[in-house]
Write a protein that binds this ligand. Sequence first.
Ligand code: SIN
Length: 381
Amino acid sequence: MAKMAASAVESGEDAFRKIFKFYRRRSPPPDFSKVIDFSRCAPSEQIVPVNLDPAAVSDVEASRVGLQPVREWRAFGLRGHPGFIFISNPFLCGAQPFWLRQCLKIYPQKPNICNLDMHMPSSETQDIWGKSVHSLRFALAGKREAKTLLERLRWVTLGYHYNWDTKTYSASNHTPFPRDLHHLSVHITAACGFPGFISEAGILNYYRSDSSLGIHVDESELDHTRPLLSFSFGQSAIFLLGGPCRQDPPTAMLMHSGDVMVMSGPSRLLYHAVPRILPAPPGHLALEKGDCGPASSLQDGSVLEPVSEEDWAVCSRYIQSSRVNVTIRQVLAPGQKFPETPSSYQRTGAGQKDGYNDGEADGESGKRKRSSSDSADTVET
Ligand code: SIN
């Protein structure tokens, strides 16, 4: 792999694109042996331990959002990428089902915006979960119907709703950010040395086994001094972290269910992408409710709620073949306002393109971009 990356750079090709295509290839399957697996690795020349701030979050505060005490978290960085922090599944046993249920049942609800709103009246996308569970339970029984709305969900935006067309946020397209997700984000960012984080925008991406997310930089936020936070649930993925230029060969790493990533400081504006979804290895789909479910250990003031057996049956079915990623961003510095923009930039969700997906980043700007179709999970790089 290193050899391939070097030859791409030498020939002046876009090294990121070449490596993206390498990992996306189906036949013959790529060699995954150079992909970093933080769940199994020890510090090395490339991988450095990251010291978090255990005093920033009390054990009680952590457990209220389903996290282990900060001193138990395994956090790593990559040499050459200061500000990049990978936290290998810091969740308490039994907490992930709650967060996954929120991603599938609660966050897609109005007033949040999703890809289905682009071509359906909101009366139809009002209750995606309610309209899907019946068929998904049938699917459990081995019968198959047309794809449910939940299976057609590709993205949801929260808070300041990202406009996929203009690649901007605006003051006029904003709804309240979920409080539970803000609490979770605040504690993780505080432990990473960023007190006072304000969760202002969220993008949830829903991946099927053949999905990918193209090469891009998240630069639409107006304040780049604040970190970008990413949570993964369900199936595993290969995440590529590049440099500030497309010529910089990216590092490949696995993201498993429960893993958290923070891009901050000099790593906040690096190119990145998800070329491939991979089956979660045994023991890594750490979502089984079991005896350690949050119901038995909920703290006073916990944001977690028990997940019913009925809800869990649907969630667990869904993640057998899917991955959900949630990125949280602070858009504005404290006190900062959006600049005046032409009214054409202040469109609402209804005017936007309808598609997930697998948006290959715009080659020019490298900002995240999605194609207008949500049916084909292909990326053109
Ligand atoms: C991911 O799915 O892990 C990355 C999502 C993103 O870059 O927005």
